[in-house]
Design a protein around this ligand. Structure first.
Ligand code: GUN
Ligand code: ZN
Length: 425
């Protein structure tokens, strides 16, 4: 296949800006990315790469900013159709909107339809990899992976397991959760760009027996990721305390059942006790920050300072989250940071929405940065996509001032192009 050379403004991923400062993402006003066989084969200045690769097929994106595709580390694709449902907090929101909608995924055709809509929406928003929850129905996992595979995407998902505190038609058992998850894992994990993720929804909707069964499955497949929710709302934490009186804290309900480890992804993690933070850091687990969800459902303010101690990904948490856009998600992360006295620099926001999430998913060596050997899933941003953004960006004196208005006010209109494994959509 012919080499492809993309020219534009670029941010080259040298180091995590949290530690290296903004120049960890090194800007180039006229940079280039050479794509060969679906991967990044070179990065550098446009003139240099043009000279070195005269045969390459050139696409000049002008002033647009070439970035890695966004990586959404936690979403619920089955909640696509109930996004932006009004007026409930977590447990009521689950019972009123989420569970009835997820019940519909026993219909395979409906699952396929929503999976297609979901991938259309996230790609339009520049997201090229997502780790999603499915529903309890194995066919909902098949629908998601089939659609991702058809589009050549790197994607992660698992069957959501629940054997209590969920309505009829939306409960499995400890045994069927184990058996179905195992069968899906064997069918999909490592198929091309797909990864299976063991997925107990959260402690309130699993019996200790189900958590143990899934812990046993994880012990048999330690290379798999495991995703769940942790300490999202105060009422939920109190409910967990009632349901698991013997547990030291919320995290302990997972830890006691073999569901704490370096491949664990813990969504939300707002109300953590010191012991929980220490244990998560000690085992090398990852947290996932879902800022539009945390404001929309009224959950609370995540402490991004935790990123000093462990990997932290960024995510939409669709449809508890109020947007499919990682730009909107970065804006919400910035606002939550401000409310906690921690103004996240644009370099850190972009890093967190790409490389940071990729690292949370243990995929930092494959996706999420503009670096040699990384898969060429890319997103090209128009930094003047609306009149309001354009007039502010026109005043910018450096790349960070130029990109911040798009972070704060941008949406799918800012996504000029998306490349999946080197091919433009
Ligand atoms: N906790 C358990 N399930 C869910 C869910 O679907 N969304 C959110 N935001 N929190 C949860
Ligand atoms: Zn969630």
């Amino acid at each position: 296949m012919q080499d492809r050379l993309l020219i534009g403004q670029c941010l080259f991923y040298d180091a995590d800006p949290r530690y290296a400062g903004p120049d960890g993402l090194r800007p180039s006003t006229r940079g280039a990315v050479l794509i060969r066989d679906g991967k990044i084969a070179a990065t550098g200045e446009a003139d240099d790469l043009r000279r070195a690769h005269p045969q390459a097929d050139v696409t000049d994106h002008g002033d647009h900013l070439i970035l890695p595709g966004f990586v959404d580390a936690h979403a619920h694709y089955p909640q696509t159709a109930i996004i932006a449902s009004w007026g409930k907090r977590l447990i009521d929101w689950l019972n009123t909107y989420t569970f009835p909608e997820e019940t519909r995924f026993n219909d395979t055709a409906y699952a396929a339809e929503i999976a297609a809509t979901y991938f259309d929406l996230i790609l339009a928003n520049g997201t090229t990899t997502v780790a999603s929850y499915a529903t309890i129905h194995p066919a909902s996992v098949d629908a998601y992976f089939t659609e991702a595979q058809r589009r050549g995407l790197r994607a992660l998902a698992g069957k959501t397991c629940m054997d209590r505190n969920a309505p009829d038609g939306l409960r499995d058992t400890a045994e069927s959760a184990y058996d179905d998850s195992k069968a899906l894992l064997e069918k999909w994990h490592g198929q091309g760009r797909l990864s299976y993720v063991i997925t107990p929804r959260f402690s309130p909707t699993s019996t200790p027996g189900q958590l143990s069964a899934l812990g046993a499955l994880w012990a048999e497949h330690p290379d798999c990721l495991m995703q769940t929710h942790l300490s999202e709302q105060v009422d939920e934490v109190a409910w967990v305390r009632d349901l698991y009186p013997e547990a030291r804290d919320y995290l302990d309900t997972y830890e006691a059942h073999g569901l704490l480890g370096p491949n664990g992804l813990y969504g939300h993690a707002i109300y953590l006790e010191p012991r929980e933070i220490d244990r998560l850091a000690e085992v090398g687990a990852a947290l996932v920050h879902c800022p539009t969800s945390n404001t929309f459902i009224g959950s609370g303010l995540f402490d991004m300072g935790l990123a000093d101690r462990m990997r932290v990904g960024l995510a939409t948490d669709t449809g508890g989250g109020s947007s499919f856009s990682m730009l909107r998600t970065m804006a919400a992360a910035y606002e939550i940071g401000q409310l906690r006295g921690n103004a996240l620099h644009p370099s850190e926001l972009i890093w967190r929405a790409t490389a940071g999430s990729a690292e949370a998913l243990h995929l930092g060596d494959r996706i999420g940065s503009l670096k040699l050997g990384i898969e060429a899933d890319l997103c090209v941003l128009d930094l003047a996509s609306t009149p309001a953004i354009a007039q502010r960006a026109a005043r910018a004196t450096d790349i960070w001032e130029a990109v911040f208005p798009t972070i704060m006010m941008g949406d799918d209109r800012a996504i000029a192009q998306v490349y999946v494994a080197g091919d433009p959509l």
